[in-house]
Design a protein around this ligand. Structure first.
Ligand SMILES: Nc1ncnc2c1ncn2[C@@H]1O[C@H](COP(=O)(O)OP(=O)(O)O)[C@@H](O)[C@H]1O
Ligand SMILES: [Mg+2]
Length: 324
């Protein structure tokens, strides 16, 4: 099976007010397979949204390629870019901010159909409301008449309007109560089952990512530091950062947290992307730091010996023992 979306060496640097580079995204590569959900997880500021927005071409990449089928999205312009945008759609964290408060739900969901000149708009909107579990009467109402979870359903309906191949969901459930979160996650999983949709599912919350992802990429300082099947990542995390994130989520009822995952408290924040630390970007916060880590950045390398064919980790000492 060939990849639906192939991202290679994607880099996005912004400039700060002084014209200095802000290295938000540094050399990210991955393949998204048809029907796959790739989870992207990491603390605030590590570059998750920049990755999502750049893959969507809401940002122009500094370098690298984004192949969607035969098209290099990173270079596409005009009509080709517009056509490709129908195939990748985004769902954001704040549905209220993303939905025009003065427009009816019908207008909001139907807007992409107008932009792309699709026929039978009213019928398609009715169908989309049905798909996301909203009543037909919702069509005439305004966004503020709905709860947060319902607004997220409206945003998902709009994202589905053009029958995209890929959905990029950026903190799509982060603003919702836990019970509503799982309803929306289940809706996304149903849509994947029904339409074979692929998804890039971005969240700072590893327990949410775990619920939906086939594979998970852990991001730190604009790069993947670990990339593995969701099961393998949870059962045997290799990167100290992954282990710290995992140790912070409450253990699943009836299932004790693995013994090697004593609570690891991370101090400090993701480094400022305007100032790259020497060596491994995680070393100032790492419980397993050694001299080499302070001087030499580790490459994202295939980990041999695992059962997963594609298990990557950027650490000189993957699987190092936790703090005493
Ligand atoms: N438009 C921008 N201009 C300058 N810096 C930006 C811009 N957007 C994001 N950044 C910086 O890039 C880094 C990554 O941000 P972001 O991708 O939003 O991270 P995340 O979504 O993981 O919280 C942050 O340090 C942020 O301040
Ligand atoms: Mg973000």
């Amino acid at each position: 099976m060939s990849a639906l979306l192939s991202v290679r060496n994607l880099v996005k640097h912004y400039r700060d007010r002084d014209g200095q580079p802000v290295r938000a995204l540094n050399d990210v590569s991955f393949d998204l397979m048809p029907g796959e959900i790739l989870g992207i997880v990491g603390e605030s500021g590590c570059g998750k949204s920049t990755l999502g927005r750049t893959v969507m071409r809401l940002e122009t990449p500094t370098s690298g390629s984004i192949r969607l089928g035969d098209l290099d999205l990173s270079r596409a312009r005009g009509g080709k870019l517009k056509a490709a945008r129908a195939d990748i759609q985004m769902v954001f964290q704040d549905p209220f901010g993303a939905l025009n408060p003065r427009h009816s739900v019908e207008t909001i969901i139907g807007e992409p159909l107008i932009v792309h000149g699709r026929p039978d708009r009213a019928a398609r909107v009715r169908q989309l409301l049905d798909l996301v579990g909203l009543p037909q009467a919702a069509a005439r109402r305004l966004p503020h008449e709905f709860s947060g979870g319902q607004r997220q359903r409206i945003a998902i309906a709009r994202a589905l309007a053009l029958s995209p191949k890929v959905i990029v969901a950026d903190e799509a459930v982060s603003a919702l109560d836990v019970s509503i979160q799982s309803q929306i996650l289940n809706l996304l999983l149903e849509l994947r089952r029904e339409f074979g949709l692929s998804m890039i599912f971005i969240s700072h919350d590893l327990s949410v990512v775990r619920h939906v992802s086939d594979r998970i990429a852990v991001m730190y300082f604009g790069a993947f530091v670990e990339y593995a099947g969701a099961g393998a990542l949870f059962d045997a995390p290799l990167h100290p950062y992954t282990r710290a994130l995992l140790s912070a989520i409450p253990s699943v009822p009836g299932k004790a947290r693995p013994r090697h995952l004593g609570r690891i408290v991370l101090k400090g924040d993701v480094p400022d992307p305007a100032n790259r630390p020497e060596g491994c970007p995680f070393h100032p916060r790492c419980f397993a730091v050694r001299d080499q880590c302070r001087t030499t950045p580790p490459a994202l390398a295939v980990q041999t010996g695992g059962t997963q064919p594609e298990r990557l980790c950027a650490c000189h000492f993957p699987g190092a023992a936790g703090p005493a």
